[in-house]
Write a protein that binds this ligand. Structure first.
Ligand code: SF4
Length: 269
């Protein structure tokens, strides 16, 4: 009897994979080989060939950024906004809602809090999901670092934008309602909130198109080349663990990336 060929299983990816690939594809590959179940090649072995030619930039294109809105100061939570999801595995999240406005969705209240998109084989956990007073459902990602000046000019937080777009897609898939935007809250913990701020990232058709194309690109890349550069390597976890033979700088701790991202940089490539 003729066997009907099954469609290939898509490689499982997370928002964190996308963010890491956006830094350096080899970093993503090395991080994934810590978990053999998530390694596309032989267990625990990166697919990157030993004679790979390193790149100067990640091959992933930047997400659309045209309508990002940047707000210094405290985030604007309306009196009728309600918290419907919280990643309780995440420490240090701000208390934005009083108890009477926390109504967690029963599907994600106990244990299984990972939001899954079966169509794209994509899964992850936003920090919070808020049902806004106007009916919109939006993910919120909290960053303990400060908000820098010149969001667009510095294009510094593109990594956070990648994560925000990915989380909008997960909220759409898991809750059945498309978020019009995501929020990123910068808490400035080290500076007592003096440089606190928040950013509103729209989730348009163009953003979803970018996300789908990015997932295809990551899955099609069977080289996962390194991007050795101080801005990447000095804060790379794989480098910290001594796992990268292409490192261009010594590991210098997670603060290095935050400091780098806050510094002025040239325009988008
Ligand atoms: S050390 Fe640098 S080149 Fe190596 S994986 Fe990390 S970021 Fe990429």
């Amino acid at each position: 009897m003729l066997e009907i060929p099954r469609p290939p299983v898509l490689e499982h990816l997370t928002p964190h994979d996308l963010v890491t690939y956006f830094h350096c594809p080899h970093e993503m590959e090395l991080m994934r080989t810590r978990d053999p179940a998530r390694t596309p090649g032989p267990a625990g072995i990166p697919v990157t060939p030993a004679d790979v030619v390193p790149l100067r930039h990640s091959p992933m294109f930047s997400p659309p950024l045209s309508k990002v809105e940047v707000y210094p100061g405290r985030i604007d939570i309306a009196p009728d906004d309600v918290l419907v999801y919280q990643d309780d595995g995440e420490d240090g999240l701000p208390m934005l809602f009083p108890p009477e406005r926390i109504r967690l969705d029963a599907r994600y209240r106990e244990g299984a809090r990972t939001l899954v998109d079966p169509e794209l084989n994509f899964a992850g956990r936003p920090d919070l999901v808020i049902a806004r007073a106007d009916g919109a459902l939006v993910p919120l990602e909290y960053k303990s670092t400060y908000m820098f000046v010149g969001y667009h000019e510095a294009h510094g937080r593109l990594f956070d934008t990648v994560q925000a777009i990915a989380e909008c897609r997960l909220v759409h898939a898991a809750f059945g309602k498309r978020p019009p935007y995501a929020l990123i809250l910068y808490g400035d913990q080290a500076g007592d909130g003096e440089r606190e701020g928040w950013v509103r990232i729209p989730y348009t058709e163009a953003d979803e198109h970018w996300l789908r194309a990015a997932l295809v690109q990551v899955r099609a890349d069977r080289v996962r080349p390194p991007v050795p550069a101080e801005r990447n390597c000095a804060s790379c976890e794989a480098n910290e663990a001594g796992r990268c033979r292409f490192a261009a700088a010594r590991y210098d701790g997670p603060h290095h990336r935050a400091a780098f991202l806050a510094s002025p940089r040239p325009a988008l490539r």
